[in-house]
Design a binder for this molecule. Structure first.
Ligand code: GRF
Length: 217
């Protein structure tokens, strides 16, 4: 890709993953740069982080649109103004329409706080504890039309300790999110990571395992 890989980050909340991406992409020689942050919530703390870095931001309140299709059309419009090479979902709490997902096919990443395909959806830390899982973690994946169902890129595994609560587990998983998301974005920006039309993920020209690259402590 000529020049740095332009990344637009979508978020709804705290933005700690945005912060991790900013910290890594602002390092000298980074192949990626965050060029804008888009939120569906005006009170998202991630916007404060973006402003602190002088980044352009855009807020689209989904409540102001007639439905999902209208909202996603406006969202695509706002995102595309920044001509992104990659769109990164970092705690963006909206279900996206098939039209949106297709528009960014192969250049749309998400991070999910579980070892997919286990625990799709919400309350993953609580559900991992309730299920008696001995391992938990987080996953970066390409986004497809199936919610939390796209092909996996990288997972970080965390051991569940006796005495863990959803809160303590979330803290350890979050720390891993901040490692693996910048890693996946760097791979993409370096042109090393791609989603083939077959739905298979390739790293350095080699097909990845279905679990993606797995990092264990
Ligand atoms: C993370 O747990 C991420 O896995 C999920 O949303 C949360 C966002 O956290 N998709 P933050 O806003 O980046 O701190």
């Amino acid at each position: 890709m000529p020049g740095p890989c332009n990344v637009v980050v979508l978020l709804s909340g705290h933005g700690s993953n945005l912060q991790a991406l900013l910290d890594s992409t602002m390092a000298p020689g980074s192949p990626a740069r965050v060029c804008a942050v888009v939120s569906n919530r005006a009170d998202a703390h991630g916007l404060v982080r973006a402003h602190a870095h002088g980044l352009p931001t855009c807020v689209l309140d989904h409540a102001h649109y007639a439905g999902r299709d209208a909202f996603d059309a406006a969202l695509m419009d706002s995102i595309d103004r920044f001509t992104p090479d990659l769109v990164v979902l970092a705690g963006f709490m909206r279900i996206l329409t098939p039209a949106f997902v297709r528009h960014y096919q192969g250049r749309l990443l998400n991070i999910h706080p579980s070892l997919l395909p286990r625990h799709k959806g919400l309350h993953t830390h609580q559900r991992a504890l309730q299920a008696g899982d001995t391992e938990h973690g987080c996953t970066v994946h390409f986004v497809t039309e199936e919610l939390d169902g796209g092909p996996l890129v990288v997972q970080a595994v965390v051991t569940v300790e006796s005495g863990d609560t959803p809160h303590t587990l979330a803290q350890r998983v979050h720390a891993q999110e901040h490692r693996v998301y910048p890693l996946a974005v760097r791979w993409f920006a370096e042109g090393r990571l791609m989603l083939a039309a077959s739905g298979r993920v390739y790293l350095d020209g080699q097909p990845m395992a279905a679990s993606g690259h797995v990092i264990r402590q």
